[in-house]
Design a protein around this ligand. Structure first.
Ligand code: ADP
Length: 255
């Protein structure tokens, strides 16, 4: 592992009962790098992100964030989830979900402040300032006091992004964050991601937006059947369609 790899995944495996979803995933993300994960539905992309964010416990292999093992439950040992600082680990890997997952009874600002107060233990005033800063960065200062139900899907997702980055994560994980949006709202969310990339945020994102992945990522990883089937700089990966039939079949759906 090189010192600059913020995320280092080696031989990661994960099964749900008999279904081996991740077979042996090797994947790294360097500091400041934006890596997109594409691939057919069911290939294990979401499971991969969930393992990195400790929402799933993996069975084998290793995931290191900035040199620190995320951890897994070895059924032969006594190690259990409760023995690790879950909230602290998750805060290092901000995650944005397809379904926004905002608290409906809290305003936009309160949603962004929650983790800052509870996990980061920030004083009220500082938490509010950080929330206001990030709401402004996603263009939503004027909606700070709005409830999620008073926001469009695109605005809710921008609050979701503000909430994740406000925690100052080492890496931001984005799981198909535009999939639940009406087409006309997709761009306002992708623009925010693009800006974060320009600012040097390290990101690992699962996306169906192939054009966006090509345009905004340093590297694209193509997953198929629980394995990394191909990866490379966007143009190099696209050139692999000549030799990789799975990739060719997958991408043909988008052309
Ligand atoms: P993708 O994101 O590429 O569409 P997923 O990671 O969501 O793929 O799913 C990969 C496979 O794992 C699918 O077969 C799915 O049914 C299965 N799977 C995902 N989560 C669970 C779970 N909690 N329990 C059982 N099977 C699951």
């Amino acid at each position: 592992m090189t010192a600059t790899n913020l995320l280092q995944i080696d031989k990661l495996s994960k099964s749900f009962a008999e279904n081996q979803v991740l077979k042996s995933i090797d994947l790294s993300v360097a500091a400041g790098e934006v890596v997109s994960v594409i691939g057919p539905s069911g290939s294990g992309k979401t499971t991969l992100l969930r393992c990195v964010n400790f929402l799933e416990v993996y069975d084998g292999g290793s995931i290191q964030i900035d040199g620190r093992e995320v951890g897994y439950v070895d059924t032969s040992s006594r190690k259990r989830r409760g023995e690790v600082d879950l909230a602290g680990m998750r805060a290092e890997t901000g995650m944005v979900f397809q379904s926004f997952n905002l608290f409906p009874h809290l305003t936009a600002e309160q949603n962004v402040m929650l983790g800052l107060r509870r996990v980061r233990k920030k004083p009220l005033k500082e938490a509010r300032e950080i929330a206001q800063h990030w709401l402004s960065r996603v263009g939503l200062s004027h909606k700070a006091d709005a409830l999620p139900s008073e926001l469009s899907g695109g605005q809710q997702q921008r609050v979701g992004i503000a909430r994740a980055v406000a925690m100052d994560p080492k890496i931001l994980l984005l799981d198909e964050i535009t999939s639940a949006l009406d087409p006309e709202l997709v761009n306002e969310v992708l623009d925010v991601v693009r800006q974060l990339a320009v600012d040097g945020m390290t990101m690992l994102m699962v996306t169906h937006e192939i054009a966006f992945a090509r345009d905004a990522s340093h590297r694209i990883v193509f997953m198929a059947d629980g394995l990394v089937s191909a990866q490379g700089k966007p143009d190099d990966l696209m050139a692999e369609v000549a030799t990789n039939e799975r990739l060719r079949n997958f991408l043909s759906r988008f052309s």
